[in-house]
Design a binder for this molecule. Structure first.
Ligand SMILES: *[C@@H]1O[C@H](CO)[C@@H](O)[C@H](O)[C@H]1NC(C)=O
Ligand SMILES: *[C@@H]1O[C@H](CO)[C@@H](O)[C@H](O)[C@H]1NC(C)=O
Ligand SMILES: *[C@@H]1O[C@H](CO)[C@@H](O)[C@H](O)[C@H]1NC(C)=O
Ligand SMILES: *[C@@H]1O[C@H](CO)[C@@H](O)[C@H](O)[C@H]1NC(C)=O
Ligand SMILES: *[C@@H]1O[C@H](CO)[C@@H](O)[C@H](O)[C@H]1NC(C)=O
Ligand SMILES: *[C@@H]1O[C@H](CO)[C@@H](O)[C@H](O)[C@H]1NC(C)=O
Ligand SMILES: [Ca+2]
Length: 465
């Protein structure tokens, strides 16, 4: 604002000066020639005044410009500071988000556990109720019996009664009394249990409410698979020779056979390796052959913290996240020499790969791994895992005497002690900041250089010839 005003002032003074200059020549001829010299000096003075005015204006302009620059600098500094603060709080927010996510996961697990417990308690309570009903019935029967006996006793007491009969009756009375006492005790404990059950129900309800609220909060993400016991989504084919369809011997032995039969589209195909039941695999087709995908992580939609049985038979969905299963991988890799291809994407969305020659031992060796690096732009972190058996939280085959690596770092893997890779670790939706969290995630640490924390992974195998 000030600047504009100053400009106006400046322009005004300049035009003034110009008009003054224009005016002097028109005025001078009118005046007589004798007074010419003083007019000349006066006009020169006038011009000097104008120049002074102009210089003054310029000086003021300069000063206010400087002021303006100072102010702008201060404003920019301010903005930078604000940006810094924003940056910091954004980072804090992302940390908090990851923590919330972890807690949510825990909460979900607790809820499932509580639900199971609740059902058990309900079943127990139902059982106790039915038992009590039986007891009550028995009691009323006993009552009526006692009533009858008492009547009889009265009738008998009129006449003479044998001593042992009286004793028998009083004994019976005692029995009945103690039984009544136990029944009241039982009723009391049942009541207590009912109360506890109600309390737990309330707790579960509030947990569920909280959970649905949390779910609502991050609708952007896929919800976790809540039921850990979902049926194997890609179990063996049951398409059994229902006449006119596929004969069991017509299945391709592997993806390479699918490729040879003319298929060029990546996708899910049934195969039947030698000495195996048929099963579905995801075949990835390229221009010169096919690979079988044995593992894929991309969005955290599948929980990879699974037991030995699950790792042996496979879990997840072939279309997105899954572990094909050691048994199936083994039956495929039986067919000759295979190459293991590992493709990793980090949080900068950079893709890298590494290839190894690949041999997998059978179930008797707990699927011992044998690898030798071949090529790729990903630093090697796996050749140390050669000769390692597969471990899960419920089967510790690792080389760490005091720890269960699969339990510490989650997921099944060819752990040594505990090793530098685990591609079946916990999926993180953002890059974890803290080291222990990173180490629990999908992890790849080469001998040299810093570890990779990963956004997505894909492991495939293909015949080496
Ligand atoms: C509870 O009882 C129901 C039906 O009787 C049964 O399906 C369920 O498995 C039982 N749950 C537990 C935890 O025993
Ligand atoms: C094939 O189906 C028949 C009945 O249609 C069944 O008895 C048999 O067990 C099935 N075989 C396999 C391998 O599923
Ligand atoms: C399939 O059809 C053939 C005749 O075409 C028949 O001999 C055979 O028993 C049928 N198999 C089954 C499982 O129905
Ligand atoms: C195993 O599969 C291969 C194809 O990979 C086939 O050539 C071979 O005959 C099969 N062997 C047996 C014993 O079935
Ligand atoms: C595994 O966890 C246990 C218990 O928290 C701890 O004592 C042990 O040092 C951990 N081992 C490794 C290799 O991190
Ligand atoms: C492999 O193991 C050796 C000794 O067991 C160790 O010195 C080396 O750092 C390991 N290499 C990798 C890549 O972990
Ligand atoms: Ca161990």
């Amino acid at each position: 604002m000030k600047i504009i005003l100053l400009f106006l002032l400046l322009i005004l003074s300049v035009t003034n000066a110009a008009s003054n200059q224009r005016r002097t020549p028109t005025v001078s001829p009118i005046l007589s020639s004798t007074v010419q010299p003083p007019t000349e000096t006066r006009s020169r003075f006038a011009m000097l005044d104008d120049v002074r005015l102009l210089a003054n204006g310029l000086l003021q302009l300069g000063q206010s410009l400087r002021e303006f620059v100072h102010k702008t600098k201060a404003q920019i500094n301010d903005i930078f500071q604000k940006l810094n603060i924003f940056d910091r709080s954004f980072y804090q927010l992302s940390v908090v988000t990851s923590e919330i996510k972890e807690e949510e996961e825990k909460l979900k697990k607790t809820t499932v556990y509580l639900k199971e417990n609740n059902e058990e308690i309900r079943n127990l309570s139902m059982e106790i109720n039915s038992k009590i009903n039986n007891i009550l019935e028995e009691r009323s029967q006993l009552h009526s019996k006692v009533g009858g006996l008492e009547e009889k006793l009265q009738g008998l007491s009129q006449s003479i009664m044998p001593l042992e009969q009286i004793q028998e009756i009083s004994g019976l009375k005692e029995v009945i009394e103690t039984q009544e006492k136990t029944i009241t005790d039982l009723l009391k404990s049942v009541k207590e249990q009912h109360e506890q059950l109600n309390y737990q129900n309330g707790k579960i309800k509030s947990l569920e409410d909280k959970l649905s609220y949390d779910n609502f909060q991050d609708t952007g993400e896929k919800s976790l698979d809540l039921s850990p016991e979902t049926p194997d989504p890609f179990g063996y084919l049951t398409m059994n020779s229902t006449n006119g369809t596929i004969d069991i011997n017509d299945y391709p032995v592997g993806c390479s056979h699918v490729f040879k039969s003319g298929q060029r589209k990546s996708g899910i195909y049934p195969i039947k390796p030698n000495q195996s039941e048929p099963f579905n695999v995801y075949c990835e087709m390229s221009s010169d052959g096919a690979s079988t995908v044995i593992q894929r992580r991309e969005d955290g939609s599948v929980d990879f913290d699974q037991s030995w049985g699950k790792y042996e038979h496979g879990f997840g969905k072939l279309e997105n996240e899954f572990w094909l299963g050691l048994q199936k991988i083994y039956s495929i890799a039986q067919h000759g020499e295979y190459i293991l291809h590992i493709e990793l994407e980090d949080w900068k969305e950079e893709m890298r790969f590494i290839e190894y020659t690949f041999t997998l031992g059978g179930p008797a060796t707990d699927y011992t791994l044998h690898l030798a690096p071949l090529s790729g732009d990903l630093p090697d972190a796996m050749s140390n895992h050669t000769g390692m058996k597969f471990s899960t939280k419920d089967r510790d085959n690792d080389k760490h005497d005091e720890s269960n690596c699969a339990r510490n770092y989650t997921g099944g893997w060819w752990f040594d002690a505990c090793g530098d890779t685990n591609l079946n670790g916990r999926y993180a939706w953002i890059r974890p900041k803290a080291r222990p969290q990173r180490r629990k995630g999908i992890y790849w640490r080469p001998a040299k250089g810093s570890p990779f924390t990963l956004k997505s992974t894909k492991i495939t195998i293909r015949p080496s010839t």
